[in-house]
Structure formats: C-alpha cells, structure tokens
Design a protein around this ligand. Structure first.
Ligand code: FAD
Length: 413
C-alpha cells in the first residue's frame, strides 16, 4: 500500500477495530479521541458478542407496548418530555422499519455483519495475553412464564431460518445451566455458540494497545471541525490541525455533530443506556443472561456482576438519570435471589442509534475519502470487527461480495 494516512475519528470499539484492519493492510493510521480509548459506549455495555444477532429493535407489533413502557418511569423505555418533539421523526422511521416488508432485508444485513465476530475477536486477541477477556457463552433468554418461551414467535422463527443454534429448556434444566437463576423463571431459550466479553472496556483497550504496537498513532484531542482539502481532509482539533488522505468517522453517537456542518442529514439518535454493577455480588453466572420480562442483560464481569439495558432518549447533553440504573437492583434480585446488592456502581453510555438498527458504513456521497463507520445501535460490540474489515476493504478499493446497500450512509435521503 502506498503511504496513505488514514485518520480514524473516535477510539471506541468501532474505531479501534477499523484501525486494526487498516494497519493489517499497510495503511498509516492515526486514531483521535478526546477521551481514553474504549471509554464511551464501548466501555460499559453488556458484553454480548453474538454471531447470531439478526433481530432488529423495531419488530412488527412492538408499537402496542410503547405507551405502557413510556408511562412507567421504571420501564425499559423513557423519552424526556422536553425532547419528545425532536424524537418524533426518528420514532416514525423506527416504527416503519418494523414493518414486515422491511424485516428480511434488515435481518439479513445484521446477520452478515455479525456472523464472523467471535472468530475475528479471537484472531485479534491471539498473542496479546488478554485472550481470557473473551469467554465462550450461551445467550440465555430467561422467561418467568414458560408459555412466553415460544419458539413459534416471529423473532425465534427468523433466527431458525438463519440457522441459529437455539434450544428451549424448562424447569430444572434452566437451573442446571445457570444455578443462580430463580426457580420462578419457568423456561429459557438458549442461543449456543457465542461469546461474551468479561470487561468490554479492557477488551477495547487490549485491541487499542495491539494497534499501537502495529504502528498506529493516538492523539488525545477534541475534533472541532472537518473540511476537504487538497485531495484529502483537514481536521481541526483542540491540539492543532491534522491533515489526512482519508478520514473514517467512528465517533459513535456524536458523529452527526461533525457531519451536519458538511450538509449531511441522517437520523442518528443518542439512545442512552445504563448499567448497574454489583461489585461484590457473591455469585457468578457463566453466560450472558437476558431477563426477557425485565428487558436487561446480566453478565459476570471481571469486576462484578453487570446488569445493563434500558433506552432513554434525551439528547446527547442531558445529565444522566441514574435512577434508570438503580431499577436493576430490584430486577436483578428477582432474577438471582442470592445476589448481594450492597456495593454498586452506576454508568450511562450513548448507543449511536439509527431507526433501522443498522449502522452507516461506506463512503459519504459527494465527499470522496470520507467514510462512515457509526450508528451501531445495540450491537456495536458485536458488529465492530466486521465493520472495520469492510471499511478497510473500501479504502483499499477491494471488491466485495457483501451487499453494502443496507448500510449505505445515503439510505435515509
Ligand atoms: C447499556 C448498553 C448495553 C449494550 N450492550 C451491548 C452488547 O451487549 N453487545 C453489543 O454488541 N453492543 C452493546 N451495546 C452497544 C455498543 O456498546 C455500542 O454500539 C458501541 O459501543 C458503539 O461503539 P462506537 O465505537 O461506535 O462508539 P463509542 O464507544 O461511544 O466511541 C465513540 C468515541 O468517539 C469519541 N468522540 C466523539 N466525538 C468526538 C470529538 N468531537 N472529538 C474527539 N472524540 C470524539 C468519543 O469520545 C468516543 O470515545 C450496548 C450499549 C449500551 C449503552
């Protein structure tokens, strides 16, 4: 590869994986972030890495549940009233994405992006000494009411069509898999053959260190603006001006702040999620566990047991409402009766969410050399390695068999 300098804007898991793929192809890479690497959404997530993730957030009939969720301050969905008018166009698109006609295209695109993720992470981690940050895992979907664990429900039928290894278990078989789950949970559907990160932030940091070892540069600075110049890009930062031949936008939920001044309009929302970490939980679970009724994921991490979830729409700058994290105390105790809940820490992070649950990956129209790699919604940890590979392939002008249309940054115009 001739000496081409690529600036990757954002050192979250997407930017870090993109940097690794670019370095493998021989590009010269600089990562820039105003914060430490992997300290945004990529730090506090639930750690689920599923090659089988193919069910979008918006599904047919979901709208029927929305009013009930909105009226419950402890429910899984919250829209700050002052923000509601700005949310409406996004919500309209979100509900449209859940139309049955749109599902096959979205599920197929999610499936294609996620499928190689565990193998790619294992390859990246090989030889770093941090291989243990990735553990084999089932995804245990636990149901209080056994009748709700219905393999004929649409989402499970879609997974079956994609060949996802699923199995329904009930009664004591659930406690055989996860002894700490309450016997009040009558059944579960297991998704096999996936992985979980036992510290997503540390995983990102280990891959960042690998990228540095491969020759990447890192600049800790705030990016203030971008402009095309002399066949490349000029980036204004709090630490001076940088020039690059190519620019990858991987700034997660903040990406549109830098793209709007260039004239781009894309419906990206900060879908804020929370976690509650039980720092001395007194129990350990072996898998990623989705409490389907409580709508949160629980997983044992290096530093404790983490319960993560909820969707809050309040914009990028509103202060966090940690009451949305502490609701997990009651919910987690219901799931794991022996859980010790006295020592907890809270966290909030912004998922970069498009209404159709897919990211934007590709060259931005009218601005050659500017590539999108953002908008990974609930699935960014899983989708990051393949996103990086695709972006590096595009910058190298390599042909691909993958249909990139569903991820096109222009699909909303
Ligand atoms: C509660 C919760 C649970 C989740 N669970 C899972 C899960 O189990 N599995 C899964 O696959 N996904 C999960 N996700 C989603 C996943 O965490 C995100 O999709 C992913 O982390 C997005 O990565 P990113 O690199 O795009 O963004 P980020 O990690 O947010 O990184 C973006 C970076 O850009 C930097 N930046 C932004 N603007 C600027 C600027 N102007 N100048 C300099 N730097 C800038 C930020 O500082 C930040 O470091 C979860 C998310 C949440 C909130």
């Amino acid at each position: 590869m001739p000496d081409i300098k690529v600036l990757v804007l954002g050192a979250g898991i997407v930017g870090i994986c993109t940097a690794l793929s670019l370095l493998e192809k021989g590009f010269s890479v600089e990562l820039i972030d105003r914060n430490d690497p992997a300290s945004g959404a990529s730090h506090g997530n639930a750690g689920v890495i599923s090659p089988w993730s193919c069910i979008p957030q918006s599904m047919p009939g979901l709208w029927k549940q929305v009013p009930k969720w909105l009226l419950d301050p402890k429910g899984p969905l919250n829209v700050r009233w002052s923000y509601a008018p700005r949310m409406l166009p996004w919500l309209r698109r979100f509900l449209k994405a859940g139309h049955p006609d749109n599902l096959p295209r979205i599920s197929e695109a999610m499936n294609a992006l996620n499928r190689p993720n565990v193998d790619l992470y294992r390859d990246y981690l090989k030889g770093t000494g941090h291989e243990n940050l990735l553990q084999d895992s089932y995804y245990v979907h636990a149901f209080r009411n056994g009748a709700d664990a219905d393999l004929d429900a649409l989402a499970w039928r879609i997974r079956s069509d994609f060949g996802v290894p699923i199995e329904r278990i009930e009664g004591g078989a659930l406690q055989d898999v996860e002894p700490e789950i309450s016997s009040e949970y009558q059944a579960a559907i297991l998704i096999r053959d996936q992985a979980r990160a036992t510290d997503p932030g540390a995983l990102g940091k280990a891959l960042f260190d690998k990228a540095m070892g491969m020759g990447a540069q890192f600049r800790k600075a705030e990016v203030l603006g971008l402009r095309p110049s002399e066949g490349g890009w000029t980036i204004e930062t709090s630490q001076g001006v940088i020039k690059a031949d190519k620019l990858v936008m991987a700034a997660g939920a903040w990406s549109m702040r830098l793209l709007e001044p260039l004239g781009f309009k894309m419906p990206l929302e900060a879908e804020r999620g929370y976690h509650l970490m039980f720092n001395a939980p007194g129990i350990e679970v072996k898998n990623s566990i989705m409490d389907v009724d409580g709508k949160f994921v629980a997983s044992s991490m290096i530093d404790g047991l983490r319960c993560a979830g909820t969707a809050e729409f309040a914009g990028l700058d509103a202060p966090a409402n940690y009451a949305r994290a502490t609701v997990f105390r009651t919910l987690a105790k219901r799931l794991f009766p022996r859980l010790e809940t006295s020592q907890v820490t809270t966290w909030m992070g912004a998922r970069p969410s498009f209404p159709d649950s897919l990211p934007a990956i590709g060259e931005m129209s009218g601005h050659p050399g500017l590539f999108a790699a953002f908008g990974h919604c609930h699935y960014g940890l899983g989708m990051a390695p393949n996103t990086g590979r695709i972006v590096a392939g595009l910058i190298s002008r390599e042909p691909t068999n993958l249909d990139l249309g569903p991820y096109s940054p222009a699909r909303f115009s």
